[in-house]
Design a binder for this molecule. Structure first.
Ligand code: NAP
Length: 669
């Protein structure tokens, strides 16, 4: 793949990502270097000097470790690198910050071997190079074969303006495709606008939970808080001029494919109830998996007399000050909420049905220091490598630990030797914060680690549960009364406020939206409890319909949904281009391609920890034990498969014409 040149990297847009020239004094340089990630710094030194021999002269990362930005390096080793980095950065500044050195393939291989201690196999190099912006393949995608007038005559409606819908808008606009985004909420943000509960923050490193084409030097926290993320999405929307294309406070109620005109007729309802129909050549469904909140049907729930809300519909008018609060659910949302409101509420009862695994992460609540932010903004390629350090150890590197070893039997406590090692490490981490065996027994899951979404923990959860004003209740809930909650032992605990942290219906992601494809077939009916889509994007019988964060795309242990959305949007643009350039009116995946993909996906998922019978209650599983929401392979595979569509995977409504060769151009297997 063609690598960028130093001059190209200095293009103002790219320089925002790869490092802006600087003339700051030594003190600022020193502070930045002292606060930086040393493995990323080591790589930046190569970009500043063009000299790979530096890597032989200095200590190297021991290995990239999840949640550690320092590659397991000792203090003396880090000091040695920092001392040299200071000299290199000073010299680079004094030379006037020339365009950075961009390594060729062989040189990049050497750098990757050093930073990852040999963990990055050759099959990953193109994928990593693209994200580092050493190549530009992700941004440009394949060259468009359709003409600008063709694209200008192909209006698209996008449902939802969360991270995915916003991304769709940005990419459609860049391609010259007219579009309207319809968003039911009053602003951009999707789940990040809806989920405003105290303590809400991302649990994937901010560096990775970022559009690859936007800088990362502004993050104030390693794991950004909800207000920060919302600010970010608003800024990105402004920078790309997307707001004028969005109809806020407007809900899509349904959409129907009209075969005669090869268009989608999209029904929308505005804030004041006015109903309208939009016509589009393609429909992008970017509602994601977390838009339908679940309040379980617990006996008496409707009788509760005090204020109540779900975490995904936070009610700012509820005053928790001095109140007795019942929190139902101890998953990702409850786990963030409870520590944030402890101390404000007079007392909190946390109702936990199943404990959840927590991964050690000392950075979870930590701010990013000003020096580290300066380094991200200025040191050549430092920010890109920091992003790599953040994601590599948690994404594809965990493949072995999440695969069930059929010969491994611990009665469901772990699924392989690697998975058991994680279990031991997670338990050791918990024991660092509690020695109360009764509490430890309550919070230690009886299922294998990573079987459900793993939470990020710096000790806050167990510290909170040990407060005098917080109780963890593990007995089931028998009923909710007007004044509180009664457990299955018959103990009634008074509550003034009831907070549901009970998650989402991810298996029915469309909620009430009624999408009808060819022949009036309903998508909700076609999907039932087991939604499917080819590559998580296209569905047979639904021409020119594209999903983002659709079925089978949740890569739960360590992937960034934003990264995956970029893969999907590149693929969607490729599909639109394929339709237009071929002279077809529409395309949909061949039934056998779509069902074969779904079958292989489900078969593979059954070999993974998520499917293990010991993971009894998990929102990933439907009633039949299938895992329709999850992605089954490596992110690197998804990146490759979504690079562009195979025309051979699709049927077209008009005879297929050159210029595309109607053969599979890459394998999805
Ligand atoms: P969740 O992980 O599904 O947790 C729901 C909780 O409610 C679980 O503890 C569940 O218990 C409990 N629950 C459900 N029904 C219940 C019932 N009838 N009685 C008692 N307890 C009940 O939902 P979530 O916490 O909202 O998180 C969902 C997903 O959203 C996460 O996995 C993550 O992907 C995303 N999320 C991300 C962040 C972040 O990035 N920081 C934050 C929040 C959410 P069981 O475990 O027994 O089912």
């Amino acid at each position: 793949m063609p690598h960028l040149t130093g001059a190209e990297v200095r293009d103002p847009e790219l320089a925002r990502l790869t490092g802006l020239p600087f003339d700051d004094d030594d003190e600022i340089l020193k502070a930045a270097i002292d606060e930086a990630s040393v493995p990323a710094l080591l790589m930046s030194m190569v970009h500043m000097t063009g000299d790979l021999s530096i890597l032989d002269e200095l200590p190297r990362p021991f290995m990239l470790i999840a949640m550690d930005l320092q590659g397991g390096m000792s203090e003396p080793d880090k000091d040695a690198v920092r001392a040299r980095a200071f000299e290199v950065a000073r010299d680079y500044r004094d030379r006037g910050c020339p365009p950075p050195f961009v390594p060729d393939e062989h040189q990049l291989r050497v750098m990757l071997d050093v930073i990852s201690a040999g963990q990055v196999g050759s099959e990953f190099v193109d994928y990593v190079a693209a994200d580092l912006r050493i190549t530009d393949v992700d941004q440009n995608g394949p060259a468009l074969a359709s003409s600008a007038p063709q694209r200008a005559g192909f209006p698209v409606v996008v449902i939802g303006c969360g991270e995915a819908g916003l991304l769709a808008g940005i990419k459609l606009k860049q391609a010259g495709i007219p579009f309207t985004i319809v968003e039911k909420q009053p602003g951009v943000g999707g789940t990040w606008l809806a989920n405003r509960y105290p303590g809400c923050r991302v649990d994937i490193a901010s560096q990775y939970y970022t559009y690859s084409f936007e800088p990362t030097d502004h993050w104030e926290h390693h794991y950004a808080t909800q207000p920060e993320i919302l600010r970010y999405l608003r800024d990105v929307m402004d920078r790309h001029g997307i707001a004028e294309h969005v109809r806020f406070d407007t809900e899509v109620t349904g959409a129907a494919w009209d075969d005669a005109t090869s268009t989608w007729r999209v029904r929308v309802r505005g804030a004041h109830g006015g109903v309208e129909e939009l016509t589009a050549r393609a429909l992008i469904c970017a509602v994601g998996q977390f838009s339908t909140a679940v309040i379980p049907d617990i006996n008496g729930a409707k009788d509760f007399a005090g204020p109540a809300c779900h975490t995904a519909a936070w009610d700012d008018s509820i005053d928790l000050d001095g109140k007795r609060v019942a929190v139902i659910g101890a998953g990702a949302s409850g786990f963030q909420l409870v520590p944030a409101i402890a101390g404000t509420a007079a007392h909190i009862d946390v109702y936990q049905r199943t404990p959840q695994w927590m991964a050690p992460n000392v950075h979870y609540h930590e701010p990013v220091s000003p020096g580290a932010r300066w380094a991200t903004r200025h040191l050549p390629y430092y920010g890109r490598w920091l992003r790599f350090v953040s994601w590599w150890p948690i994404a594809d590197a965990l493949d072995e630990q999440i695969t069930i070893d059929p010969d491994w039997d611990t009665g469901g406590l772990s699924v392989s030797a690697g998975n058991q090692a994680i279990r031991d490490m997670f338990i050791a981490w918990m024991r660092a914060f509690a020695d109360d065996e009764e509490l430890l027994a309550k919070v230690t899951p009886g299922y294998p680690p990573m079987g459900k979404r793993t939470l990020q923990d710096d000790g806050t959860w167990l510290t909170t549960l040990q407060r005098d004003d917080v109780d963890l209740i593990t007995d089931g809930i028998a009923e909710i009364t007007a004044g509180g909650v009664t457990d299955t032992r018959g103990v009634h605990r008074r509550a003034d406020v009831l907070l549901w942290a009970t998650g989402f219906d991810v298996n029915h992601q469309l909620g009430p939206i009624d999408i009808r494809g060819r022949g009036g077939v309903g998508l909700n009916e076609a999907w039932g409890d087991a939604a499917y889509a080819y590559l998580g994007v296209t569905v047979t019988g639904f021409p020119n319909l594209f999903c983002m964060f659709g079925p089978g795309t949740n890569a739960v242990n360590g992937a960034s949904i934003i990264y995956n959305s970029e893969c999907q949007m590149r693929y969607i643009l490729g599909c639109i281009d394929m339709i237009l350039a071929s002279g077809a009116a529409s395309a949909e995946p061949l039934a056998e391609v779509c069902s074969d993909y779904d079958r292989r996906s489900q078969e593979r998922l059954q070999t993974m920890v998520y499917a293990h019978p010991a993971v009894s209650s998990s929102y990933y599983k439907n009633a039949a034990g299938e895992l329709p929401t999850l992605f089954a392979w490596r992110i690197a595979d998804y990146w490759k498969w979504t690079h562009r569509p195979n025309p051979g995977d699709y049927s077209f409504t008009k005879p297929f014409d050159k210029p595309f060769d109607k053969q599979r151009t890459q394998e999805v297997s």
